[in-house]
Structure formats: C-alpha cells, structure tokens
Design a binder for this molecule. Structure first.
Ligand SMILES: [Fe+2]
Length: 200
C-alpha cells in the first residue's frame, strides 16, 4: 500500500529572536490577525485556518543564545500538512513505520492531532488532522486552553491505531479528553529546552 497524501498545506512555524518585529511584519504583509499569543509563542492567521503562522520567541526559549542570523537557531521550525481523517493519519503512520520512518513527536495539540517527522536533512514537518469541524471551534479552544497548555498532550500512535482498527469511532480521539501533562517542546526547539527521554 502506498502512503496517504495530505489534503492541504496548513502552516509554517518560525523560530525568531525578533519576535515583536516578526509579528508586526507577518500581520502587515499578510493582513493577518493574532489568534493567540503569549511571551513565547504567537499564532497568526489570514483566512479561515486557525493558524497559518506561528512564531517561537527564541529569546525566551533559549535566553543564553544571541544568534539572530544562523539558520537552525532561527528560521523555519516546521511546516504542516493536513490529512483528511484520523484513519488516514494513523494508517499513514503504519505505512511509514513499515518503511522505517517514524515520528519523533506525537502530540494532541487540542486543535489538531499531530505526528511530527524529520526528513533526512532534519527539516521538520507536522502531519495533522483537525480536531474540530470549524475554525470557530478551534479558535475558541485556543483562547480557552492555550493559556494553561499551548503545546499539547503526548499520545502513543501505536495504541491509538490499535483502538481505531478495533472499531473505536475516530471522533472519540479528536476532542482532547484532558489538558495535562503539558508536553515539552520536541525537535530542534525541544533539544534546546528539554531533551526527550531516552526510549528503551
Ligand atoms: Fe504546527
């Protein structure tokens, strides 16, 4: 079986040490609006998607660093693609696993259920499925729950795949049942902030 294709490109996340300046630039150039922001993270959109850009303030996540130019320290963190359904996302996970390609971060963001992968160069991408049918509901979730947990809660895709294949309705996985524990950031940011636990 071949892998599933995403239905659309969703968003890009940047690491920056010019948080306010970047925020102003994206709001101006894309005639955007802020969906949610705190001192470390900002989520912006310009259409009916709940976010088209997010900015991670590296001056906060890594206060000791000072590099404002080096790609990797700043620049693209990840891009995101949306899949049509939970079944597509998790069966695609199974297909990729058979090819030896595994996600490095499996996280229920609350507004999306997401699997993060890295290509051979280490470029990071998020494969996601929407938790809510409408952007209004997702936006409401961001405004209500991101203050306490702007990152999400980790899950085991293997366990979810088994439950899905056993006949549990996908809708049961979409809406997050709890908001704790707050996941540490993974990926390039994660290595700077909190190293992932070593898997046995
Ligand atoms: Fe993302």
């Amino acid at each position: 079986m071949s892998c599933s294709r995403p239905v659309k490109f969703a968003h890009v996340v940047y690491r920056t040490r010019r948080f306010e300046e970047m925020l102003r630039w994206y709001l101006t150039v894309f005639d955007g609006r802020v969906q949610y922001r705190n001192p470390g993270l900002a989520f912006l959109t310009y259409d009916d998607e709940h976010h088209r850009f997010a900015l991670a303030n590296m001056s906060l996540f890594q206060p000791d660093g000072a590099e404002t130019e080096r790609q990797g320290a700043i620049g693209v963190d990840h891009v995101a693609y949306t899949y049509a359904s939970m079944g597509d996302l998790l069966e695609n996970y199974a297909q990729l696993r058979e090819k030896g390609i595994l996600p490095y971060w499996c996280i229920h963001h609350g507004i999306t259920v997401s699997l993060y992968y890295a290509d051979p160069d280490g470029n990071q991408m998020e494969f996601q499925v929407e938790s809510y049918d409408s952007s209004e509901e997702a936006t409401a979730f961001m405004k209500e729950h991101f203050e306490a947990n702007p990152l999400g809660v980790e899950f085991d895709p293997e366990e979810w795949l088994a439950r899905l294949r056993a006949g549990e309705p996908p809708s049961g996985f979409m809406v997050r049942q709890g908001h704790e524990p707050v996941s540490p950031l993974r990926g390039e940011i994660g290595r700077l902030v909190a190293p992932p636990p070593v898997r046995e």
